[in-house]
Design a protein around this ligand. Sequence first.
Ligand code: OSB
Ligand code: MG
Length: 370
Amino acid sequence: MRIDRLELRLLRLPLVHFFETSFGRVHDRTFVLVSVDGDGATGIGECVADPNPFYSAETTRTAWHVLSEFLAPLVLGRRFAHPREVFGAMSLVRGHNMAKAALEMAAWDLYARQQGLPLARLLGGTRTAIASGVSIGIQDTLDDLLATIETELAAGYQRVKIKIKPGWDVEAVERVRARFGAVPLMVDANAAYRLEDAAHLAELDRYGLMMIEQPLDYEDIFDHAALQRLILTPICLDESIHTVRHARDAIDAGACRIINVKPGRVGGFAESIRLHDLCAARGIPVWHGGMLESGIGRAHNLHLSSLPNFSLPGDVAASRRYYQPDLIDPPIEVSPEGTIPVPDGPGIGVTVVKERVERATLHVAVLEKP
Ligand code: OSB
Ligand code: MG
């Protein structure tokens, strides 16, 4: 596989419903799409960096900068025997995993299309459908939260995750349990607490949550290990895990019992597979996270979620929760049983609607080997 040409595209898409986390509320998503051409085929990847550096230090603009100035020259005109070689080819650049992942995942799509195989087959996927959960943001009122959960459970989703922050936590969980009983439930704090809040977080122990995701600071493995000794609810790390080595250290330290995999956070599919395999060997279940992706990134996530140790429902949900219309047609839909089939066409296996991509485009750049 040779990468002859790269196209970067900046898009803005309005969200169907605002999404609020402990970082704040967003009404739309502005993101970069990366296309790679080689030997007459094209692959595509979606960069999950946001305009602001709140979830991670990367932004849409740093991703654009690093992709065009540094990553493109490292891959353009190069021949790769397999897309698993692409991450290593970018190792001169430190960090910027979201920028790297968008390019690397486009290369996997390109290679899969050239081979005429669905991505899941190349990645080592073993299931034909994945278990889908929903991530529900902070709402204006607890009544709004309960109404949203009711709608999503009726749609079939297999588990509910609610975002929490100080002032929107124990009472929210109490109300959800009172109304919906033993539904599989978890919470995500997006690093909104400190170790000093351990006694408060321990109040969540009585609700039988599947896990609490990223309660403490994004760099802090040690405090998570200390917190895990003080609470019964299993800790799942998200923001803290940028490399397979972080994951190994976190597991060794007892900082988490579950890990959320987002390929954008670790630099793409090859690193995600290594992370998945490490967790499988250590008896740590993983699940696939989400970054409000369009149908393009969502399709990539579906393929990765088909690997065997993705044993818990992921944040990979139907298109209609995010974008209407989505950039792909048909959109991704969830079955009444809360599953989503893994596409079986070549590459990501979904049809990108070019006119919709054009309409959402703010800016385009084409990069070729000089
Ligand atoms: O922490 O998992 C997170 C969205 C944006 C940034 C961070 C997170 C999320 C979500 C939404 O929880 C998952 C989704 O539905 O795509
Ligand atoms: Mg999270």
